[in-house]
Write a protein that binds this ligand. Structure first.
Ligand SMILES: O=C(O)CCC(=O)C(=O)O
Length: 226
């Protein structure tokens, strides 16, 4: 199939691609850093094309003890033997694309790991799991939650990468209700570290009239129980 360009996917091309990291939260041992335009244009385009080849699934998930159809589709890659329990689901990841296949996922995984090492030293191993969310348009969303499942290495860095439609994202402090909202641009990276998952919830609300799709790849360190 012919490779599609970012313009074909309806992604706005920003001329000035500055990559300076911006601190979004830095208090109570929580730290969240946003790195705008982390991916090059080529990487963004290749990853967008790669996402189109994945067969995403729409899962039934448990939200506040109710079974609902997830308002997005998902897929995961991870090391053999790992599993991830979340929202009442037991996720067994697909094998990473073979290291000889020149696959963009492998390159991106390395690049995200290198960047995370600049800011976080809780876990120096490569990310061993990625959960990918596909939001078909502005009706798809993820409600407020924390990535605090018992399968995740406590206080390890969670690196969230996005491509496609620009969307708003909000953190809420579970004690004070103070919020931090930001616009997440295609090709950018959000690093969540320290006690962020203990003190904050985060969510991606619906976005009225938005017709473009968006993908989010959340790289995590899962506990290897072997
Ligand atoms: O799509 C996003 O940016 C957020 C995804 C997320 O919060 C999650 O997978 O836990």
């Amino acid at each position: 199939m012919k490779k599609r360009t970012l313009e074909d996917f309806g992604i706005q091309i920003k001329k000035k691609r500055q990559t300076l990291p911006k601190m979004i939260i830095n208090q109570d041992e929580c730290s969240v850093i946003y790195i705008k335009h982390f991916l090059t244009r080529d990487e963004e385009e290749n990853l967008m094309n790669e996402m189109e080849n994945i067969e995403f699934r729409q899962e039934i998930i448990d939200v506040y003890n109710m079974n609902i159809i997830a308002p997005r589709k998902t897929f995961s890659y991870g090391d053999t033997g790992l599993s991830y329990q979340y929202a009442g689901k037991y996720e067994i990841p697909n094998e990473w694309p073979s290291s000889t296949s020149n696959n963009i996922i492998n390159d991106i995984r390395k690049k995200v790991h290198q960047k995370s090492l600049e800011f976080c030293d809780v876990m120096k191993d490569p990310f061993n799991f990625v959960l990918i969310n596909r939001y078909k348009d502005g009706n798809d969303y993820i409600g407020f939650h924390s990535d605090n499942e018992k399968d995740i290495v406590p206080r390890s860095c969670i690196a969230s990468l996005f491509i496609g439609a620009e969307r708003n994202f909000t953190f809420i402090n579970v004690k004070s209700n103070e919020t931090h909202s930001l616009k997440l641009e295609s090709g950018s990276l959000l690093l969540m570290m320290g006690r962020t998952q203990e003190i904050y919830k985060h969510g991606l609300p619906k976005s009225k009239n938005l017709t473009e799709k968006r993908y989010n790849l959340t790289f995590r360190h899962l506990i290897n129980k072997k």
